[in-house]
Design a protein around this ligand. Structure first.
Ligand code: 5GP
Ligand code: MN
Length: 341
């Protein structure tokens, strides 16, 4: 039995459903979760959305975000929801480590676990997988699932807006290599349903604080390093800088793309010192695999976009990073010699 048939059966009567997504949810994580939330609620289920951490303010406009339970703000309630659920949908992640301490509650719950995701190299924990690594986004997969369940007519404006946000951001506003004709067809349909694409764009990209812009400027001037020999550029941000600019969740988003925008650079990395760990974000082009490099830091993701983390101090993580990049490039002659296209 394929996942769609299994899900159709499972959803055949009203269920208690929990939807969760990865830590520091981005627009795809939150958009796919809320799109699915609206759909399942309309189908008569009792649905909750729980995130393992907070999420950026620029996503609060997504319809339904007022119902999101931020796990760490109310862990008892979050665990109670996972514990009492019949079904837990796990969206936009494929390893329980990505939902922090809530991984245990999800694992221990007797609920059926459904993974809907598009990342490489899953660490299976689910009962049902609706997974396509070639999909642009988890939001695209939610759209596809609703259609395959025969419920295209149930695609309402709140669902369309939430899904559009995920597809737009995960494709880099339709510029990345995961932008296919199929993606544009889905988006055309979402626009027909009524999505105001300019309004979504404004919410996500034109709501910066002055602090955020100054922080970006500071990082580009003071924290950006280029290693021509490694075709790498990286932004390294110490804890002190975060304090200085009153940095909030989501403010570092997009910084790594500046590193990758330098001519000749094939790998961009963002290294940030957080409270107890150092977080790494990788972006790459051509033959360079971000996911491969992220593996050395307990992470993963997509070929051209991945993340990981490491115990500090940041200088040591930086050193290890540069060593790993050198080893990686040495093991792959084509990478070292190819020019960006
Ligand atoms: P970002 O750099 O924007 O945080 O993440 C880039 C991609 O890598 C996203 O698809 C994200 O889900 C994934 N990713 C980020 N951090 C981690 C991590 O620590 N582990 C894994 N497995 N994936 C990550
Ligand atoms: Mn995604």
């Amino acid at each position: 039995m394929g996942p769609v048939t299994e899900l159709r059966e499972l959803l055949g009567r009203p269920r208690r459903i929990a939807i969760t997504t990865h830590q520091k949810p981005d627009a795809d994580a939150l958009g796919s979760s809320l799109g699915l939330y609206h759909y399942l609620t309309a189908k008569g289920h009792k649905v909750s959305v729980v995130t393992p951490t907070d999420y950026p303010d620029f996503l609060r406009w997504i319809p339904g975000s007022d119902i999101v339970i931020v796990g760490p703000a109310d862990p008892e309630r979050a665990n109670w929801i996972f514990d009492g659920a019949d079904i837990i949908f796990c969206l936009d992640f494929n390893a329980l480590g990505r939902i922090n301490e809530f991984g245990k509650s999800v694992k221990d719950s007797e609920a059926k676990k459904v993974m809907i995701d598009h990342h490489l190299e899953p660490e299976p924990f689910e009962d049902i997988a609706y997974v396509d690594m070639t999909a642009s986004s988890t939001a695209e997969l939610i759209y596809r699932l609703i259609v395959e369940l025969g419920d295209e007519a149930m695609l309402t404006l709140p669902i369309a807006e939430a899904l559009y946000a995920g597809i737009m951001t995960d494709t880099g506003s339709f510029r990345f290599t995961n932008t296919s004709p199929k993606v544009h067809r889905v988006v055309a349909h979402l626009m027909e349903i009524g999505v105001n694409v300019n309004a979504v764009y404004e919410h996500i990209f034109n709501t910066a604080t002055l602090d955020r812009l100054r922080f970006t400027g500071y990082c580009l001037s003071n924290c950006l390093f280029v290693r021509d020999d490694l075709k790498t550029a990286y932004v390294k941000i110490e804890k002190e800088v975060f304090r200085q600019f009153n940095v909030r969740t989501g403010d570092t988003e997009g910084l790594v793309n500046y590193a990758l925008s330098i001519k000749g650079v094939q790998l961009g990395v963002l290294i940030t010192a957080q409270d107890d760990i150092v977080k790494l974000s990788f972006r790459s082009r051509n033959e360079v695999s971000s996911a491969e490099l992220a593996k050395h830091f307990g992470g993963g993701g997509h070929f051209y976009a991945a993340g990981g983390k490491s115990q500090g101090p940041i200088e040591e993580v930086e050193k290890k990073l540069l060593e790993q990049i050198a080893l990686y490039l040495a093991s792959s002659d084509t990478v070292a010699s190819s020019e960006p296209s």
